[in-house]
Design a protein around this ligand. Structure first.
Ligand SMILES: [Zn+2]
Ligand SMILES: [Zn+2]
Length: 111
């Protein structure tokens, strides 16, 4: 057989698979996915400890799922390895933090 580079040269698995994957990633993230989430989560827990930054409640290793990672600047893509954008908040405080929403963001910005 001769060399047929011309006609249907295809890179195996180019393009299509890629976009499928990122779509799935997106879905996972919107669904409060646990896989990409748990990566920085575990790191944040290691850096800041199993304690809520707000109410000071401590958690055992077994109950650490009640601690969540809050992004101080609200940007979930901003995950510096030193943990400077993370705050460990228990689910109650985290809820509280977000229900205050823009106002508290505003105030802390002013300072
Ligand atoms: Zn708390
Ligand atoms: Zn948060």
């Amino acid at each position: 057989m001769r060399d047929r580079r011309y006609g249907g040269y295809k890179k195996p698995g180019s393009g299509k698979k890629d976009s499928d994957q990122s779509f799935e990633d997106l879905l996972r993230e919107t669904r409060k996915g646990s896989s990409s989430d748990s990566d920085y989560r575990e790191r944040s827990l290691k850096i800041h400890g199993l304690i809520c930054a707000k109410c000071g409640r401590e958690f055992t290793y077994k109950k650490r799922h009640l601690l969540t990672v809050h992004h101080k600047d609200g940007n979930h893509m901003n995950n510096p390895p030193d943990g400077s954008n993370w705050e460990n908040l228990c689910v109650y405080c985290h809820d509280d933090e977000h229900s205050r929403g823009l106002l508290s963001d505003y105030l802390s910005d002013e300072e």
